[in-house]
Design a binder for this molecule. Sequence first.
Ligand SMILES: [Zn+2]
Ligand SMILES: [Zn+2]
Length: 309
Amino acid sequence: MISSVLIVQRYQRGEMGNVGLVKVTFFGTRGSCPCAGDAYKTFGGNTSCVAIDTGEEAPLILDAGTGLRALGAFLRPKNSKKNPPLHARLLLTHLHYDHLLGLPFFSPLEDPGSLVEVYGPQQGDAEFAAVIDSAVTPPFFPVQMKEFRGEVRLIGVGDETFQLGSATVSARWIPHSGPTLGFRVDVGGASLAYVPDHQAPSDGHSIDDAVLELCADVDVLIHDAQYDNDEFSDKSDWGHSTTAYAVHVAAQSRAKSLVLFHHDPSHDDAYLLNLESEAASLEEAAGLESVIAAREGMTLHLDHQPGTL
Ligand SMILES: [Zn+2]
Ligand SMILES: [Zn+2]
């Protein structure tokens, strides 16, 4: 049996790459639109981007929101004399701006020889790579990605499971707005589900089969928690979930810990602290090891100890 111990700490530069420990760091926690100011200091204002350090050289990145710029600065310090080319893999849930805007600002792509493989949702009849290329091009951005010194390799995926280094990645279509994937990553005995944008059902109770499959028994579930119940009643078809629904999915899928994610830009620190404690006090949260709202700069350590319960 394998157990997980969840430790939360502030991440520090130079920490990535420890063999034998899976670390998950939040570089962007926000949904919809970035925000800035003193009222957002605790939870941060960058949009969706999470890095998984599997102990291998290449980090596994979830989404390319504005937090990806900060991750780039972490992986490629500006004052560093020489930056070796980076090879990274990025899982893109969907193409909304809040999940894509950081891609052309990812500084390792300024280095010749760098390679970022982007695995993202197939776009029906359109080619995934062509759609991304049409978003990063003048007049929306000064240059096209093929003009970067590093290479962005765009790979369309659908309902499938594939191997990236030591990680097994499962991609499934989930309800949101437009073609959207949720991901599950199993690596080094640890498991994580990433469902950052997900339309909760109007009954507030049923759970999509694909979501249940992704989240089943995971150590950590990172789930859309954009709205409180009142907001959801106004925006019930805007593609998102409530904190209560995130707790419900975590409980029903037997996830061990829940990270509330994709914070609404109108939710400042005080509001989110309140939402976090309300979510943790829900009856369905009683069986979870922890319920926490994602904070920018937070690292979760998934420390697996074979042989323990
Ligand atoms: Zn989003
Ligand atoms: Zn979205």
